[in-house]
Design a protein around this ligand. Structure first.
Ligand SMILES: NC(=O)c1ccc[n+]([C@@H]2O[C@H](COP(=O)([O-])OP(=O)(O)OC[C@H]3O[C@@H](n4cnc5c(N)ncnc54)[C@H](O)[C@@H]3O)[C@@H](O)[C@H]2O)c1
Length: 262
């Protein structure tokens, strides 16, 4: 597959991340099918895409694009509860969550949604998971197309932040990694190649972020400094846009929903 063969994208999960991902992709000119479980959830997806804090209306206000471009982009979007509507997609991006109050990542759910679509979706299509932590090779076990299964980790809010971690496994074809790199460029992103390793480590961003938050919390627990002063030093001394505590460092585990890790 070449990048110009990529015509239609599928997104599994129209929650906070999925809707931002969809917004980015339809504004980049791709037809997109977003699948979630109910029409009610999908109505909410449309609402997030259009009217949320980082939604399209705020993009228009900020002069990033016009109302006409927004309408054209929305015209490229299909919201569906039917797995069969994903059949002709060239890249599928999974961004599903279990909906639990605290746990953001659910390995079994992710494996189940990929297994569910493996026989339906075009066999050349690339499957990409937006997991922030899980070892990609473990998730790839759910499908027959292990060579076309890759990590594509977006950061929140996904239509605003420019980084994407492309996490490749020992099974991946070089062609698949390259198509995904070019796809990221077409979405206006900068991708980093990350080698998949066992142990659900959190790739580059979350792995480093966990060390930063651990030390920030220790500094406060030891009475060395206040959260406000930790944040001030990291912002003014190291150029952080937000300090660790402003980013939610008090949360113990960034895999939990209340974390702000990604
Ligand atoms: N929230 C973050 O900061 C963040 C950052 C990077 C990556 N991620 C990844 O994105 C995923 C989603 O995060 P979120 O914040 O959007 O969660 P969310 O709860 O807002 O959205 C998850 C969506 O998945 C849907 N879903 C559940 N089962 C499904 C199925 N079988 N088919 C289709 N859709 C299904 C839910 O109905 C829900 O709308 C996480 O599990 C994580 O892997 C999250």
């Amino acid at each position: 597959m070449k990048i110009d063969d990529v015509k239609q994208i599928g997104v599994l999960g129209g929650g906070l991340m999925g809707s931002g991902i969809v917004q980015n992709i339809i504004l980049s000119g791709y037809k997109t099918v977003c699948r979630d479980l109910t029409d009610e959830i999908l109505e909410n997806t449309r609402g997030i895409i259009i009217s949320s804090r980082f939604g399209m209306l705020s993009g228009i206000k900020g002069g990033k694009f016009t109302k006409e471009q927004m309408d054209e982009a929305l015209g490229r979007l299909t919201l569906t509860t039917q797995v069969e509507d994903l059949e002709n997609c060239d890249i599928i991006i999974e961004s599903v969550g279990g909906g639990s109050e605290t746990q953001l990542e659910d390995k079994e759910l992710k494996k189940r949604v990929f297994a569910e679509i493996d026989d339906t979706v075009n066999k050349d299509a690339i499957f990409a998971t937006n997991t922030s932590f899980f070892t990609i090779a473990d998730l790839a076990e759910a499908v027959k197309r292990k060579d076309r299964f890759i990590g594509m980790h977006w950061f929140r809010p996904p239509n605003i932040l420019k980084a994407i971690e492309l996490v490749y496994t020992q099974y991946n074809l070089e062609e698949v990694i390259q198509v995904m790199e070019e796809f990221c460029q077409r979405l206006g992103k900068t991708s980093a190649r990350v080698k998949d390793v066992p142990g659900d480590t959190g790739f580059i961003g979350n792995r480093i972020w966990m060390q930063v938050t651990r030390e920030a919390r220790r500094i406060v627990e030891e009475g060395v400094a206040t959260p406000k002063d930790v944040d001030a030093v990291m912002k003014l001394g190291y150029g952080f846009t937000l300090g660790p505590f402003e980013m939610g460092a008090e949360t113990r585990d960034p895999r939990q929903r209340s974390g702000q890790s990604s």
